[in-house]
Design a protein around this ligand. Structure first.
Ligand code: PAF
Length: 271
């Protein structure tokens, strides 16, 4: 595994290759990241992982400061996985140049997390646009857990005619159903149990409304979730996952999108 901290040396190295499969991360590597990396390793190209806790996508400074970091264990995991390249850039390496492409922010960025985390998706798209320009990967591997992020990156790539292809990867869950997230390390045992109960509640609920949409009563679900120990719900909405249209009637193709808090920890999922 070759480690790079500077884009010019990285570019010199990867220019020699046939192409790159890219897995962007903010570190705090868990089984979800590992699954993306393993998928990437199966591609015909060399695997490059980046670790960069991107400050511009945090809407609160305190959240940026307290975001779980574990570079030493991350390095061990990546070495074991035998990835080809690791890129750990500085802020200046990423933000010290003017990218050729302007960020395209689809209007869907105003919904769901966009309503509650001001500037979050601008920050995500900004950093991803820069990474794409530096690395010019053939493939970029993204998880469906952050579905809105994935959708917005897809729209940006389409609009700007960028040649990288997104490989969408399924959400990896703990045995208790909770979607893997770096932020899960902030949950204690009891809070993890609440997150697990939320998952099973929503999964069963989805089954029920697939059969009979008349069961769909958001206020009741929100009340039930609070009863399970959820402290606050930012949103709970159902969308068609292909076109992000709101579902109004019985439909098979939809996901429930949720962002909620257990005490101070904010979790998102789509089921
Ligand atoms: O999903 C993430 O970890 C981040 O949003 C990403 C895509 C690495 C950009 O900072």
């Amino acid at each position: 595994m070759k480690i790079f901290k500077d884009k010019h040396t990285l570019q010199k190295e990867i220019l020699k290759t046939k192409g790159i499969s890219f897995v962007p991360t903010m570190g705090g590597l868990h089984k979800g990241h590992i699954s993306l990396i393993k998928k990437s390793k199966k591609s015909q190209f060399k695997t490059l992982v980046s670790i960069f806790v991107n400050p511009t996508q945090f809407n609160e400074k305190s959240d940026y400061r307290s975001y779980p970091r574990s570079i030493k264990t991350d390095l061990k995991k990546l070495k074991r996985l035998k990835i080809n390249y690791l890129y750990i850039p500085s802020f200046k390496d990423i933000y010290g140049f003017k990218p050729k492409e302007k960020v395209f922010l689809d209007k869907f960025s105003k919904k769901l997390c966009g309503r509650f985390r001001r500037g979050h998706f601008e920050g995500v798209l900004n950093v991803v646009n820069r990474f794409l320009e530096i690395i010019k990967p053939k493939y970029i591997f993204l998880g469906k857990k952050d579905y809105q992020q994935l959708y917005l990156i897809k729209k940006h790539i389409e609009k700007r005619k960028i040649k990288s292809k997104i490989i969408e990867c399924k959400t990896i869950r703990e045995n208790n159903g909770v979607a893997l997230s770096t932020r899960n390390s902030n949950l204690d045992e009891n809070q993890m149990k609440i997150a697990s109960n939320v998952y099973y509640y929503l999964r069963n609920f989805k089954k029920k409304i697939k059969k009979n949409y008349n069961f769909f009563n958001l206020n009741k679900i929100k009340k039930d979730l609070k009863g399970l120990g959820v402290s606050k719900i930012d949103y709970l909405e159902n969308y068609n996952t292909k076109n992000f249209k709101k579902i109004k009637r019985q439909s098979k193709k939809f996901n429930l999108f949720i962002a909620y808090y257990i005490k101070k920890v904010r979790l998102i999922d789509n089921i």
